[in-house]
Design a protein. Structure first.
Length: 339
């Protein structure tokens, strides 16, 4: 018999690391992973098998298909926003074709072992495209409003949301044998995620952690967006909690396949004020990058996450002050031995 397992793609990243830690501690099921990078030794010890390879490698997926019975997939592998804009064809290959490969893999799994496969997908507020001059409503934009993305990454994410909905609700609808409902697709449309554990790498929303890292090292920093720029954010631990909450929610409680989530939505200048308060010698100015500013201006200033709160109990632990005062600033300061 094939071995029942959870599959995590893109497992070497921070979210993958947190999921492996949680699932391994839970002990309910063996874990296998796929990533182009090798797992760190302490992480590798917690999984049954770590496959080094690409989600574009059909032979690799077929070998996993033959050996394992997968009933949960956390598909985290992706080419991220900034790199996607420089290499749009490569982004399409990894982000769209790779996701399609995994959805087909999930459908094949359901046919072979007869059980529905839960498929988690991390989407992004980059799926939005807010026209210039349109102000967000007080409650924020819902999941279906203004989804006209202006970046390749956003286009990839939005299309994969639709692919997932198709596989969950309409897959091969003309077949004699019904295929609908075998893939239980669930997606979160993440806001800007801020982590204390990883060094920012030039992402579109990385101006927030970049301020802290520069201030902690007593290095000057020029923010690449204007002081009034405002987008939704969330601390990384809350993002991981949300993934776990959505992935374990009873299917009958879910009213949609894609959910917004957010925790706080400060302006860039509000973030600067918190950082300067924690590091009085911080030198933080503004040098606006017009191209990245246009992208951020196309994202919502606030989103409506009421369905996530009602359907599966979204309840972030960190608001703005707690995220910076209890999580981000102390942890990042400790990285550089700042008291």
């Amino acid at each position: 018999m094939r071995k029942p397992v959870v599959l995590i793609t893109g497992a070497a990243g921070e979210i993958g690391h947190a999921l492996i830690d949680h699932l391994a501690a839970d002990g309910g099921q063996a874990i296998i992973t796929v990533d182009v990078r090798a797992l760190e030794p302490d992480l590798d010890a917690k999984v049954s098998r770590a496959f080094a390879g690409s989600i574009l490698d059909q032979a690799l997926l077929e070998s996993i298909q033959a050996e394992y019975a997968v009933d949960r997939i956390f598909h985290l592998a992706a080419l991220l926003s900034t790199r996607s804009e420089f290499t749009p064809v490569a982004a399409h290959e990894v982000n769209v074709r790779g996701t399609l490969n995994l959805l087909e893999f999930a459908a094949a799994q359901t046919r072979s072992h007869g059980e529905t496969v839960m498929f988690f997908y991390p989407s992004s507020i980059a799926a939005y495209g807010i026209p210039p001059g349109i102000e967000s409503p007080a409650a924020g934009w819902t999941e279906t409003q203004h989804t006209l993305p202006t970046t390749m990454y956003g286009c990839n994410k939005l299309y994969c949301e639709h692919l997932g909905r198709y596989y969950a609700q309409h897959y091969k609808q003309l077949d004699a044998e019904p295929q609908v409902g075998r893939v239980d697709f669930r997606a979160l449309r993440f806001p800007g995620l801020i982590s204390a554990q990883t060094v920012p790498s030039g992402g579109t929303s990385d101006y927030a952690p970049e301020m802290i890292h520069a201030a902690a090292q007593e290095q000057p920093y020029d923010c690449f967006v204007g002081p009034d720029t405002r987008i939704p954010f969330m601390a990384m631990p809350d993002a991981v909690d949300a993934i776990l909450a959505l992935s374990t929610a009873p299917r009958q409680q879910l009213t949609q396949t894609v959910y917004n989530l957010t925790a706080f939505n400060p302006t860039a200048d509000a973030i600067r004020s918190l950082v300067v308060q924690a590091f009085p010698r911080a030198q933080i100015g503004y040098a606006i990058d017009d191209k990245r500013q246009r992208i951020l201006d196309s994202w919502p200033r606030r989103v409506d996450d009421s369905r996530a709160r009602a359907d599966w109990g979204l309840a972030p632990r960190y608001d703005l002050d707690a995220a910076f005062g209890e999580y981000l600033i102390p942890t990042i300061a400790g990285r550089y031995a700042v008291s």
